[in-house]
Design a protein around this ligand. Structure first.
Ligand SMILES: [Zn+2]
Length: 307
């Protein structure tokens, strides 16, 4: 009999809800709704309609539906309570999200941080397959981090996703966490914007939108200012990856998120040098770009039921 789980990825503007075949990693249906950030009842209602629809589909197929997994953009406790989402979902402060879903739908509900569930998705269904120690970095509006060993998430909730705030340089970029020079403040979408602004991009190219995508595209078509911006960006990211290698010794580093899609093979090759961890001759790792893309969060949320 087929085993299914519902995976929910709460994003900045859209929430993606998928029905996942846990054995094959096939997403058998996706519903996308605008993310409700202000009203708790409306949030539960919108998600609830999708859950009910997938519950009926699972019943029609006579499949086993094991539960609902969710990736939450913030601090999550192991008991399924959301501590905070840094104000993004206004009602989600000390919020018993898993308990609400369980009561409404009579299904088990598991929660974890959104970047961590992406890592779990990559580990079980994506580029991490065949590796043991998998580090996944999501380069998007922020920097997400997750680490898995043997298909299991590593690190204790609620703080296990904070590795993006390691100090990389002594510049004056202030991160929302309060520190300066955090990796997240440099390699996120906002980070590349800051690097570009400091290099005078806006004055020189006011007509080109200041996004990671356009900067990478300009570099690839020969713009020397864009090349300097990307070189500086790669340098910060490489320093971060060097530090993560020292901490985690991953067999593979998977890069996901909107910015990772813009990296060329030549750029990803620059992110790792074989001289790292030289004392350990046998250590090697590789950097790969995610192929799951938008489905990673859905798959990883559902895969909380495989942990
Ligand atoms: Zn920070």
């Amino acid at each position: 009999m087929k085993t299914l789980a519902i995976g929910i990825d709460i994003g900045g503007t859209r929430t993606k809800i998928g029905l996942v075949n846990l054995d094959t990693g096939q997403v058998e249906g996706i519903l996308i709704t605008p993310t409700e950030t202000k009203d708790a009842d409306q949030f539960l209602k919108t998600i609830g309609e999708a859950i009910s629809q997938f519950k009926r589909k699972a019943a029609t197929e006579q499949a086993i539906l094991v539960g609902v997994g969710m990736g939450v953009p913030g601090f999550v406790f192991a008991d399924g309570t959301v501590d905070s989402t840094y104000g993004f979902l206004e009602f989600m402060e000390d919020y018993p999200l898993a308990a609400h879903i369980q009561q409404q739908h009579d299904l088990p509900c598991l929660l974890d941080n959104d970047a961590r569930v992406v890592a779990l998705g990559e580990a079980i269904y994506g580029q991490g397959r065949g590796f043991v120690r998998i580090l996944v970095l999501t380069l998007g509006t922020g920097l997400g981090i997750g680490f898995t060993i043997d298909g299991k998430l590593d690190g204790q909730l609620p703080f296990a996703h904070m590795g993006g705030h390691m100090t990389i340089t002594t510049n004056d970029f202030v991160c929302y966490c309060g520190k300066t020079g955090c990796l997240e403040s440099l390699v996120s979408g906002a980070g590349i914007g800051r690097i570009a602004a400091r290099r005078g991009w806006l004055q020189q190219y006011p007509e080109i939108p200041l996004t990671a995508e356009s900067i990478f595209a300009q570099k690839h078509s020969g713009n020397t200012v864009a090349k300097a911006i990307v070189d500086e960006y790669i340098d910060y990211l490489k320093t971060g990856i060097d530090n993560y290698i020292n901490l985690y010794a991953p067999d593979v580093i998977v890069l996901g998120g909107g910015i990772a899609k813009g990296l060329s093979k030549n750029e990803t090759d620059q992110l790792y040098t074989s001289s790292l961890l030289r004392p350990y001759k046998a250590y090697k790792t590789t950097v790969l770009i995610s192929e799951l893309e938008e489905q990673a969060g859905i798959l990883g949320s559902a895969a909380l039921f495989k942990e």
